[in-house]
Design a protein around this ligand. Sequence first.
Ligand code: PLP
Length: 264
Amino acid sequence: MSTSTIAPPRVLTVAGSDSGGGAGIQADLKTMLALGVHGMSVIAAVTAQNSLGVQGYWELPAEAVRAQFRSVVDDIGVQAVKTGMLASAELVETVAELLGPVPVPVVVDPVGVSKHGDALLAASAVSVLRDRLLPVATVATPNLHEVEQLTGRLVTRESEMPDAARALQDLGPAWALIKGGHLDGEAADLLRGPDGAEHWFRAPRHDNRHTHGTGCTLASAIAAELALGLPVPEAVAAAKEYITGAIAAGFALGAGIGPVDHGW
Ligand code: PLP
């Protein structure tokens, strides 16, 4: 007798590996498992990384990224995609080309620099990310540093976030989620929709320095919720709730910044 069950929605992360297990591909797959979707990965770069920082990274050849993508998409199929650390201009271009014809929601986390200040994207790749990847994004999820890098807008207070969201949408993504976590006070994020509607998501700030992997986790959670069928604002609300719980439960590991926790 067959014991097969119905397969869960499938979600693909195209990103970098974090050897310390806190961010990148590892955070993405944990998030997907916790939210009940089948997670799959296209590894774009391998980092040597721990709680103290990124000691080095090596990008994969574009051919290897293409091959992983085709293996997954042509057989298993995807209901949503998340992109994270893509390292180089060539890989950003490759991923944008691969995603163009795939008719599923794409969450672009435009990863630039880690919390420790280590660059995860070559300077030459920023304009390619802006011109080639953002136009295929359903939702883009920059932090304020990445907003400045991509739009040239410096955001120092919450009241400047709507203009920054509009400027980001002018670059192509249907929805812009501006993460205000680096400002003082409440952790407020602004989602601006294709119709210009603004949705604010607020959470009390947790006094917890173990926040490694927050950006990766939030973007993966949004992709998972989209694959489960939620509209974008509801998917972001559910993802915000997930990351808020994961930050509250973040724990010390190593001598530096520990990871958010997916087991809560
Ligand atoms: N390492 C990889 C592979 C990542 O993709 C990212 C973030 O997106 C990071 C590290 C940075 O994580 P954090 O800034 O949360 O420490």
